[in-house]
Write a new protein. Structure first.
Length: 223
């Protein structure tokens, strides 16, 4: 972050940088080929460095779900990409052909980095709920390896278990709420570790008091 008072020149340059990138991705800069050419001859970077960082992150960790603790700047960029895509696909605003072509070009590069259309769709629509599912799935795996059942001692984990079971059953019945989701990858990962999708854990050695009611359910929707 650049302090406007401490370095006004650098601050103005950063604002110009953001303005150019915004006009480029909206397609408005392409209306003036001579300006676009002049800027590109200066070696201006249109954000490909972030794509490269995302590619390297995915190669290292096997996924592209960046968190603030991983890389705050990359995390903020990812959030901006998702927000932009949500706005552009909402149908609330019409975009010019130039703008749409520029945006499709960016999406094509993202699909290449993420590994195809399916991976892109899951990533671009990801929310904090998807990230929480990933973290809790790993926590459940560790717990099951140690204890052999799905009744986690942590209260927050038990609440998550209630919610994801409820989402799972709604997904099977085709009645997920409009603002919630549950990826097939999460279902497969939990199934692989032996997670019980029933209302209660039926694993051998599971405690009787599981902190849930028989037949109970819990909503755990995206916000």
């Amino acid at each position: 972050k650049i302090d406007r008072e401490q370095d006004p020149g650098m601050y103005e340059l950063a604002c110009f940088d953001l303005s150019l990138k915004n006009r480029y991705w909206r397609g408005t800069l392409q209306r003036y080929p001579h300006r676009l050419k002049a800027v590109e001859e200066l070696g201006f970077n249109w954000g490909e460095n972030r794509l490269e960082q995302l590619r390297q992150f995915k190669e290292k960790y096997g996924h592209a779900n960046v968190t603030p603790s991983d890389d705050k700047e990359l995390y903020n960029w990812v959030g901006g990409v998702r927000a932009t895509h949500k706005n552009r696909t909402s149908g609330k605003k019409a975009y010019s052909k130039h703008s749409q072509r520029a945006y499709e070009k960016k999406l094509t590069k993202l699909r290449e980095v993420l590994g195809g259309e399916d991976a892109f769709n899951e990533w671009i629509n990801s929310t904090h709920v998807h990230d929480r599912d990933r973290r809790c799935t790993e926590a459940m795996r560790v717990h099951r390896e140690k204890m052999g059942h799905c009744v986690h001692p942590d209260r927050a984990m038990r609440h998550w278990v209630l919610g994801i079971r409820a989402r799972y059953h709604r997904k099977k019945e085709g009645r997920l709420h409009p603002n919630e989701s549950l990826s097939e990858g999460t279902i497969a990962d939990l199934t692989d570790v032996g997670f019980c999708w029933t209302d209660r854990c039926t694993c051998e050695g599971a405690p009787k008091d599981q902190g849930v009611l028989d037949g109970g359910s819990s909503d755990d929707t995206d916000e």
